[in-house]
Design a protein around this ligand. Sequence first.
Ligand code: SAH
Length: 209
Amino acid sequence: MGFEQRRARMVDRLRDRGAIERESTAEAMRAVPRHEFVPESRREDAYADRPLPIGEGQTISAPHMVAVMIERLDLAAGDRVLEIGTGCGYHAAVTAEVVGDGNLYSVEYVPELADRARETLDRLGYDVAIRTGDGHEGWPDHAPYDAAYLTCAAEEIPQSVVEQVRAGGRVLAPVGGARQKLVLLTIQDGGGTERETFGGVRFVRMRGG
Ligand code: SAH
């Protein structure tokens, strides 16, 4: 079976399980060739619903987690989004499919991963801006964002990231130590936040700080 057909089946399974509820998410995940983002030796596993190693001790998130995060953030075409933790760039590509070209700004701590993600995204024609650096600072130059998310886990969501999201906007992140919860903040007028907590997740640790 070819990659495209495997990808369509993966999306069908994620829909059946309820991980994908929106047509826009299904379309985005059908469009992004996940096998182009994983190491050559792992291509055959690219359309199984699980995380895979991407080098430098990091992992590409499982497809259902990418779908769930996009839907919890309520992303729509035209949203300006900040991502912390580009990794291999897969989640970035799916987000870019939903929000459109030029709307995603992503920060990656490990230079080798940032360079590789930039190359892959360029080659596949995605217009995503990537900065090599520490996501604890967010990316102030392009603020305010409509939404922000972390793909690495911190004990608390960095204050700078929260401050770079507009009132009414949302921030989603895995929060905690070895085991984490997905936390969704909605920014209130005046800068306060409303906090919702979802089920347990496992992401790699946020570095730096
Ligand atoms: N979304 C990614 C998942 C990457 S795993 C994908 O689809 O592949 C989490 C990533 O967060 C890793 O690449 C790791 O290097 C990065 N990371 C860890 N600490 C960070 C920090 N302080 N700032 C930015 N990125 C960080």
